[in-house]
Design a protein around this ligand. Structure first.
Ligand code: 4NP
Length: 159
């Protein structure tokens, strides 16, 4: 089993979209029994809240329902439990490193898995317009495919 955690600041915009998209991609690949997908925020602002309505709407437009997800805050136990801990931006990365203990090496920027983008950030869309959420969606979808390819090659050979 491979465990994947997406992390942003509030766990109501970027990381729940990433969770929904990646779960969909994993399902299409027939790997739902092999990969656990979750998301969390570095801050406690939105615990138990559903994703932002704009994030839900953009995901729904692409056929992905994230309405049942609820915000939670990343904990030190998450750093131990998950194999891939994927930060959206360098601020998330730094916040995770502060609680990572011996697990700091598991934390990476998600966009390193996007084919052309290198180590770049998924920008916070919270204070912007709907088009920012569409742009974030496209970035997350790109990265989801690269991430799955990485997991297959490292952990799921023969699947
Ligand atoms: P997220 O977006 O980190 O992608 O979930 C944000 C959500 C809430 C806030 C900031 C960013 N906030 O300041 O409450």
């Amino acid at each position: 089993m491979v465990r994947v955690l997406f992390v942003c600041l509030g766990n109501i915009c970027r990381s729940p979209m990433a969770e929904g998209i990646f779960r969909h991609v994993v399902g299409e690949a027939g790997l739902s029994a092999d990969i656990i997908v979750d998301s969390a925020g570095t801050h406690a602002y939105h615990i138990d809240e559903p994703p932002d309505s704009r994030a839900q709407a953009v995901a729904a437009r692409h056929g992905i329902d994230i309405s049942a997800l609820r915000g939670r805050q990343a904990t030190p136990a998450d750093l131990a439990d998950f194999d891939y801990i994927l930060a959206m931006d360098t601020e998330n990365l730094a916040a995770l490193r502060r609680i990572a203990g011996a697990h700091a090496a598991k934390i990476q920027l998600l966009r390193r898995f996007a084919p052309d983008r290198g180590d770049d950030e998924v920008p916070d869309p919270y204070f912007g317009s709907t088009s920012g959420f569409e742009r974030v969606y496209d970035m997350l979808e790109d990265a989801a495919h690269g991430l799955l390819a990485d997991i297959r090659s490292r952990h799921l050979q023969g699947h």
